[in-house]
Structures are given as structure tokens and as C-alpha cells.
Write a protein that binds this ligand. Structure first.
Ligand SMILES: Cc1cc2nc3c(=O)[nH]c(=O)nc-3n(C[C@H](O)[C@H](O)[C@H](O)COP(=O)(O)OP(=O)(O)OC[C@H]3O[C@@H](n4cnc5c(N)ncnc54)[C@H](O)[C@@H]3O)c2cc1C
Ligand code: FES
Length: 237
């Protein structure tokens, strides 16, 4: 069990939780979180929003029973963290675009921070898409060269992919697919990495619940991903 240091409601249905936990979590990984006994049966996968070796933070949206329970927790309460799991975003060079939609913005904070730390000369632009209210923009501005915010429209319309050497995205599958197709139609050669947030059960590669079809065969989002190449996931469609 790990101690919750902070669990703050930052909007009507989004919370930011910081947990005391020694870790070596890297950008794009996730933990399985649990703060209950037997019900609900399954732990819930949540991306690493930030991590510093001594603590891990999670940005989560309240959508059902599990996240409702998380939102009730207070500083000093305990939570079970299992992880970090999965293959996150790769290192990159040159000019990078991070494109997030809704709660898919969560893993992009640590991603931007890490990329800048790996290479301070790198240009990291972030595109954040929200349906009704922008969140944490001031935080993302601290770790990126430029932050573009879209509320109520299509964040994929805001980006010119031809400007970038690498594109990384997380959000609704349809958003990531539209972005990948846009890149393809423009002849963009930069790799597009997508983070697949499929429903999960075990989170460690054993149950196959999270399997997705790719051009390289079936892959488990939890173990082979969640980050995969857009060309493998959407290339054949
Ligand atoms: C690798 C990974 C990383 C994730 N990272 C985050 C994160 O950083 N922050 C965050 O808020 N959420 C994240 N999610 C989604 C999160 O796991 C679900 O929202 C959560 O499990 C819902 O639990 P619940 O009990 O509150 O809702 P449930 O009662 O289980 O479901 C409520 C509603 O949410 C939908 N839902 C549940 N899981 C998913 C999912 N994986 N994708 C889309 N819809 C879902 C259900 O279909 C249902 O409509 C991530 C999922 C994965 C697989
Ligand atoms: S959630 Fe069980 S294999 Fe991915």
C-alpha cells in the first residue's frame, strides 16, 4: 500500500492524485490502481502523469465506480499501486509534437518533461484537445516550447504534421486515427506513436482482454504497448 500525498479535484470530473511511491516510471507507462477490497473486481489502469523517483502522480477522470472511489480518497489514505507497466513513448530527436485529447493528455506531461531533459535543444510542442473545459494548461506550458489548446473542436485540425520529426499521441482512438490518416495523406515521414488505452483486466499480458489487431499481428496493449506505431495499428485501414 502507498500513501496518498494529495488528491485534488481540479474540475467537475477530473482529479490529480500524488502518491508516495519509490519508482522508476518512464513516460507513457501506466499503473494498475486499486483502493478497495473485492468490488469492483478489477484494478484500474491509469497513466503516469508525473514521476520523480519518490512519488507518482495520476490525472484521472471520474467515469464510473473505480474512479469515483479514487476521487473520495484523502491525503494520508492508502492505495495499492501495481506497476509501472507497459512500453511507453520512445526517445526522439528534432522537433516533436505531442497531441492529446481529453484524459489522453495525462501521459504527455511527463513525456514532454522527459524529452526536454534528455535533450534541452529539442523542440517539444503540445496540442491539447478538450470537449468543454481546458485543464492544467499552465502546467503543460512549463514543460513545452509551445502549447496549443482546442476546446470544443478538433485538435487534429490545429497541427501541421509536416513541421515535425516525430509525433506522439494519446486520446480517443478516433482522434489518433484521424491524426495518423492526416499524416499519411500529407506524405509525412515522421513516425507517429499512438498510446492504446484499451479496456484491461490483468494489466500484465496474461488475459488477452486488451488485444488489438495490428499489421504485425495481435498485440496486447498492456504488455506490447500501450505505445505502438500508428502505422501498425491504423496502417491497413
Ligand atoms: C493504459 C491505460 C491508461 C489509462 N490512463 C488513464 C489516465 O491517465 N486517466 C484516466 O482518467 N483514465 C485512464 N485510462 C482509462 C481508465 O482506466 C478508465 O477510465 C477506468 O478504468 C474506468 O474505471 P471506472 O471503474 O471508474 O469506470 P467503469 O465503471 O469501469 O467504466 C465507466 C465508463 O468508462 C468506460 N471505460 C472504462 N475503461 C475505459 C478505457 N480504458 N477506455 C475508454 N473507456 C473506458 C466504460 O466503457 C464505461 O462507459 C487508461 C486506460 C488504459 C488502458
Ligand atoms: S489486460 Fe490482460 S493481457 Fe492486457
Amino acid at each position: 500500500m502507498s500513501e496518498i500525498l494529495q488528491n485534488q479535484r481540479i474540475s467537475k470530473d477530473f482529479c490529480l492524485m500524488k502518491v508516495k511511491e519509490k519508482n522508476q516510471a518512464v513516460m507513457g507507462q501506466f499503473y494498475m490502481l486499486r483502493a478497495w477490497g473485492e468490488y469492483p473486481l478489477l484494478s484500474r489502469p491509469i497513466s503516469v502523469y508525473d514521476a520523480d523517483g519518490e512519488s507518482v502522480s495520476f490525472l484521472y477522470k471520474i467515469v464510473g465506480k473505480g474512479t469515483e472511489i479514487f476521487a473520495e480518497l484523502k491525503a494520508g489514505d492508502e492505495i495499492t499501486l501495481d506497476g509501472p507497466h507497459g512500453n511507453g513513448f520512445p526517445e526522439a530527436k528534432g522537433k516533436v509534437a505531442l497531441v492529446g485529447g481529453g484524459v489522453g493528455i495525462a501521459p504527455l506531461y511527463l513525456t514532454a518533461k522527459t524529452l526536454k531533459k534528455q535533450n534541452p535543444d529539442m523542440v517539444v510542442d503540445i496540442y491539447l484537445g478538450f470537449s468543454d473545459e481546458a485543464l492544467l494548461v499552465d502546467q503543460y506550458e512549463k514543460v513545452a516550447d509551445r502549447v496549443t489548446v482546442n476546446v470544443g473542436g478538433f485538435v487534429t485540425d490545429d497541427i501541421d504534421p509536416l513541421q515535425y520529426d516525430c509525433i506522439m499521441t494519446c486520446g480517443p482512438e478516433i482522434m489518433m486515427k484521424v491524426l495518423y490518416k492526416k499524416c499519411k495523406s500529407l506524405g509525412v515521414e515522421a513516425p507517429v506513436y499512438v498510446s492504446m488505452e484499451n479496456r484491461m483486466a490483468c494489466g500484465i499480458g496474461a488475459c488477452l482482454v486488451c488485444t488489438c489487431k495490428t499489421s504485425a499481428g495481435n498485440k496486447r496493449a498492456c504488455k506490447d504497448g500501450p505505445v505502438m506505431l500508428g502505422s501498425e495499428v491504423f496502417g491497413d485501414e
